[in-house]
Design a protein around this ligand. Sequence first.
Ligand SMILES: *Cc1c(COP(=O)(O)O)cnc(C)c1O
Length: 434
Amino acid sequence: MEETKVLLDMDEIPKKWYNILPDLPEPFPPYLNPATKEPVGPEDLAPIFPMELIKQEVSQDRYIDIPEEVLDAYYQIGRPTPLYRAKRLEKYLKTPAKIYYKREDVSFAGSHKPNTAIAQAYFNMKEGVEKLTTETGAGQWGTALSLGCALFGLKCEVFMVRVSYNQKPYRRILMQLYGSTVHPSPSDVTQSGRKFLEQDPNHSGSLGIAISEAIERAVGDEKTKYSLGSVLNHVLLHQTVVGQEVIKQFEKIDTKPDIMVGCVGGGSNFSGFMFPTLGQKLRGESDGTRFIGVEPESCPTLTKGEYRYDFGDTAQLTPLILMYTLGHDFVPSPIHAGGLRYHGDAPSLCLLHKTGHIDAVAYNQVETFEAGSIFTKTEGLVPAPETNHAIKAVIDEALKCKKTGEEKVIAFNFSGHGLLDLQGYSDFLENKLK
Ligand SMILES: *Cc1c(COP(=O)(O)O)cnc(C)c1O
């Protein structure tokens, strides 16, 4: 019988994170101080991040040890996670392609995000930090950080994009259960928030604004630091547990993926999933795999953005980052895949797109929900609206194989489940999606 799922033993969990920086085809472009245009140093970042994460952000070491206590928490939330074969989807599509998906929905927070949330909470706790602030879009990141903070005894304050705060009350409740304080953003508890509320009391918010609020909060208090759920090097670094497990899982079944697919919001789940394999390619140890990042047409950063230095947030509090960007004041339409509504993308991923190592495609909301509902009917799982983007691209690639008869191996990151996104599915079923 052909494999249905590939499991790893507990002792096969990766003991190190993989850092792609030393393997990049061009030097990593430094973050710049907006006033001086000089590279920012560790001391510039120290008010908002703990030193260990700042070191990881600029490290040129290919591997970084995962502390015991972080590994312990990884076990607790379900790592190593299974790799599944989507045999029923293949049959439905009548494709000769083999489709595999990595189950990052099995963690307590329902997405890949705890992989970094846990690590970040741990390193902050180690340096005596008492509270973390952050922003959240659809609420998955806020939930993940709330979980991480709960596991390591930290307080947590979350600024949640207002449109999601209203659309997704269950995630707010989950965060509150973990002990966090949650504000709709823009809020009236920060200067940057009040500024946007004055312009429009019903402002629907954006990730950029919420980031500004969370940073302002952290800068104002010594025992409080800020935490980011995507984009930065240390976040992508922590997510590489996913892709290292995937390499081991494919080795177990003596297969290699021809195509690796992931949805792209800020780039962390896609990068964590495929950087370890792309690293092998960059070092000349393997060849052949193609990488496809998938984004919404309403926020087409990699496919339509400009490659230039831009702020990471709307209020221009962050350093300048060289990335594909739609502009730091871009406010995307309120689609259900709230986790994909960021104006920029991880600078390492952007560099690899610019150098032609990664392809990008964009789809509209309706076709991604169609793809997700096919997945639910065939495989039985309800994907997150973000994950539906990856599934749409996978189905398209599998249908190409049907035409050509190629038996390609296609793998994607099942970045999260959609059990708290049923309103989006309801709109889809009633033909109300835009
Ligand atoms: C947050 C999120 C994403 C997008 O974020 P990335 O940093 O690009 O991974 C994708 N899928 C799910 C389920 C998410 O929660």
